[in-house]
Design a protein around this ligand. Structure first.
Ligand SMILES: *[C@@H]1O[C@H](CO)[C@@H](O)[C@H](O)[C@H]1NC(C)=O
Ligand SMILES: *[C@@H]1O[C@H](CO)[C@@H](O)[C@H](O)[C@H]1NC(C)=O
Ligand SMILES: *[C@@H]1O[C@H](CO)[C@@H](O)[C@H](O)[C@H]1NC(C)=O
Ligand SMILES: *[C@@H]1O[C@H](CO)[C@@H](O)[C@H](O)[C@H]1NC(C)=O
Ligand SMILES: *[C@@H]1O[C@H](CO)[C@@H](O)[C@H](O)[C@H]1NC(C)=O
Length: 421
């Protein structure tokens, strides 16, 4: 099947949900809070906190954190992102009635709100398409960058831990030049080499790494420097010839500061590559247990997590200092199997998907004994995540941090110049 055919199948709706597994990502997502508790959203109509990594492999029950205002999780390709400075989770593609809205989960308050988004992008003929994009959430600016049909867009989440009444816009950034220039002085051509590109976007050091580009050598990425809104003409080589194919990516967080490493999992699941953008090196780790080109991935400081289209969750422990290769994936035993949701099995056989997507709650446990929100090993290094926001708009700590980011940005700009020269 061709991508275009797959797309129309998915758009055709939930009657075809049994096919969705092979043409789109899950209608649920997993991510982390700032204390690296694993949060699982849209599991049989419920949301869970599965606690910290030390508790995942054991049997047990996750904490049910399902509450009002949550999205229905009735769209494919649901993705969720941690805004680390604000301990907020942003969820995209979770509500078919509001396909471009961003749902915001305030971890501290355990509350949801829906942020309206304006995709009209007045002043430009290019508009963001919520059914066809990849996105990253930039760590320091808290701005989403997306790639949608050959165009890049940005959505500024500011310091949001709850929705504001005004819609926020996806603004046009540029038509990137994805060709492999051999010389950084060469003129760029907007939109060059973007034809048919299925985006693979990975964030590290406030740079977006585009992988799997046609005509780019294995082991290389095209780098978009966020703070200059600049696509580096020459690709960057990362020391190991990981395949230049489509796949998925997830950035490893650090307890503070920008991500420096990301995982890249090619669609064939043959390996997990961990790319370090400081040292320009790549580690080759074990591929995920299920080779699922539509699986989604999320990473903490010490684990990579896979969520397959049929709702299985597995994790690969990763220590940036000591893990050099290999590694063993384990099933995340605490989470309930997803049943009857829009994310049915990918076996292609009889996949009875009778439930309304995301609405069944038969498999969910509601026990709340397993949560662990302890702040392990905090060093008090002056970030805002531990400063509770007081609920009436006074976000002093967060605001000063966002202003403080300009110091970080300056450093990044200098690094960016280094990269560009
Ligand atoms: C889901 O994502 C795939 C690519 O990963 C894309 O081809 C498809 O159009 C998306 N479907 C929807 C409904 O967003
Ligand atoms: C902030 O510090 C706490 C410990 O004080 C740590 O757990 C958390 O990950 C840090 N968050 C950020 C954004 O640096
Ligand atoms: C990584 O590559 C960049 C650009 O080619 C270079 O400026 C930088 O010095 C490299 N880093 C290391 C540690 O070699
Ligand atoms: C699917 O399997 C169920 C249970 O085995 C069965 O009742 C149902 O008739 C099957 N549906 C189809 C379309 O084969
Ligand atoms: C929570 O996590 C901390 C740090 O990993 C651990 O010491 C503690 O025993 C855990 N508590 C529970 C209830 O799991």
């Amino acid at each position: 099947m061709k991508w275009s055919q797959l797309t129309s199948l998915v758009v055709a709706g939930s009657a075809l949900s049994a096919m969705a597994a092979s043409s789109a990502g899950p209608s649920s997502c997993v991510t982390f809070d700032v204390n690296w508790n694993l949060l699982a959203f849209g599991f049989n109509g419920k949301d869970f906190n599965a606690g910290t990594q030390d508790t995942w492999a054991a049997a047990g029950t996750p904490t049910d954190i399902t509450t009002t205002g949550r999205p229905p999780f009735d769209m494919p390709n649901t993705t969720c992102y941690l805004a680390q400075f604000f301990n907020a989770i942003y969820v995209l593609n979770a509500d078919s009635a509001n396909p471009s809205s961003v749902y915001i989960y305030d971890v501290a308050k355990k509350s949801w709100s829906m942020q309206k988004v304006d995709t009209a992008n007045s002043g430009s003929s290019k508009t963001f398409d919520p059914t066809n994009f990849k996105a990253i959430l930039d760590h320091d600016t808290n701005v989403f960058y997306s790639y949608s049909a050959g165009e890049m867009f940005a959505l500024d989440m500011k310091e949001l831990v709850a929705a504001t009444s005004a819609a926020i816009p996806w603004t046009d950034v540029q038509a990137p030049d994805l060709s492999a220039h051999t010389d950084n002085a060469q003129a760029q051509t907007p939109g060059a080499n973007t034809d048919g590109y299925q985006p693979v976007m990975a964030l590290a050091q406030n740079h977006i790494h585009f992988l799997g580009i046609n005509g780019i050598d294995p082991g290389n990425a095209k780098i978009f420097v966020i703070h200059f809104s600049f696509m580096q003409p020459t690709p960057q080589f990362y020391g190991t010839k990981f395949p230049s194919t489509h796949g998925q990516a997830a950035s490893f967080f650090l307890d503070s500061g920008v991500q420096q490493e990301f995982a890249f999992i090619p669609d064939d699941g043959s390996a997990t590559y961990v790319i370090n953008v400081e040292t320009n090196t790549t580690k080759t780790l074990t591929g995920p247990p299920v080779a699922d080109p539509f699986a989604s991935y999320s990473a903490s400081t010490s684990a990579l997590v896979q969520l397959t289209t049929d709702g299985k969750v597995a994790f690969l422990p990763y220590d940036p200092k000591t893990t050099t290769s290999g590694g063993t994936w384990s099933t995340l035993a605490k989470l309930p199997a997803i049943t009857g949701s829009g994310t049915s099995t990918s076996t292609g056989g009889n996949t009875s998907s009778s439930g309304t997507p995301g609405s069944s709650s038969s498999g969910g446990s509601s026990s709340s004994s397993g949560g662990n929100s302890s702040n392990n090993g905090g060093s008090g290094s002056g970030n805002s995540s531990s400063q509770t926001q007081n609920g009436n708009g006074d976000k002093g700590g967060a605001v000063s941090l966002r202003q403080g980011m300009w110091g970080v940005l300056l450093g990044t700009v200098v690094a960016g110049v280094g990269l560009m020269l």
